[in-house]
Design a protein around this ligand. Structure first.
Ligand SMILES: Nc1nc2c(ncn2[C@@H]2O[C@H](COP(=O)(O)OP(=O)(O)OP(=O)(O)O)[C@@H](O)[C@H]2O)c(=O)[nH]1
Ligand SMILES: [Mg+2]
Length: 193
């Protein structure tokens, strides 16, 4: 089984005041670095899904994949699936750049839950579909789904009967959408220290 990984960082961060969330720091480290360090060891190859100037990620040494048509996170998933398929991977594991505490066993648990088919993460009764596993075989169906104007990750997961992989720690999926979420993540870090 060849699993590739993708950090979703193609959003505009409007709730964060229009900041590129990848460039925010938590505990003195870039958010994109947090996610790269957690997801990278779980996959064979890792890339970043982002629009705008790719030079801002040069320090990470990872491929940067642009959306063909930015239409939400699924546009990034499609670019990632095409990249993974071209390199002979079986599936892509995605995690958003604003989820710094993403579990170190995300990929294997998603893989086990879905037995290689689509799977999404769940913790504390909430589903986190941007933390998901997508077989390369769904790429063209995703392209058609996006072309039909659909954009919801949860909707696409449901369309493929995605399995749910349960995780014990809700904080692992803490999503930094607004400045107060970043403050909460900083306070969790201080508690752990
Ligand atoms: N490739 C790609 N990723 C996206 C797109 N829109 C959102 N994302 C990513 O999907 C994840 C979840 O999106 P949000 O939490 O809404 O982030 P966002 O869109 O940057 O923030 P808001 O503008 O406040 O909604 C984040 O990691 C985003 O970077 C897009 O059009 N293309
Ligand atoms: Mg958004």
């Amino acid at each position: 089984m060849r699993l590739f990984g993708l950090i979703l960082a193609g959003g505009e961060g409007r709730r964060m005041g229009g900041t590129d969330k990848a460039s925010l720091t938590l505990g003195g480290r870039l958010l994109v670095t947090w996610v790269a360090e957690r997801l990278g060891p779980q996959v064979e190859e890792l890339a970043i899904s982002a629009n705008g100037d790719p030079a801002r990620f040069a320090g990470l040494g990872l491929p940067v994949l642009r959306d063909e048509h930015p239409q939400g996170p699924l546009s990034g998933v499609l670019a990632g699936l095409r990249w993974a398929a071209a390199a002979g991977a079986d599936a892509l594991v995605t995690a958003p750049v604003d989820t710094p505490f993403v579990p170190g066993d995300l990929a294997p648990r998603l893989w086990l839950a879905g037995e290689g088919a689509c799977a999404v993460a769940e913790a504390g009764g909430r589903v986190h579909p941007a933390c998901g596993l997508w077989p390369v075989a769904v790429a063209e169906d995703l392209a058609a789904w996006l072309a039909a104007g659909e954009a919801r990750v949860m909707g696409f997961a449901a369309r493929h009967g995605a399995a749910r992989a349960g995780f014990p720690d809700e904080n692992a999926f803490l999503n930094l959408n607004a400045p107060e979420d970043l403050a909460r993540a900083e306070s969790l870090l201080r508690k752990d220290a």
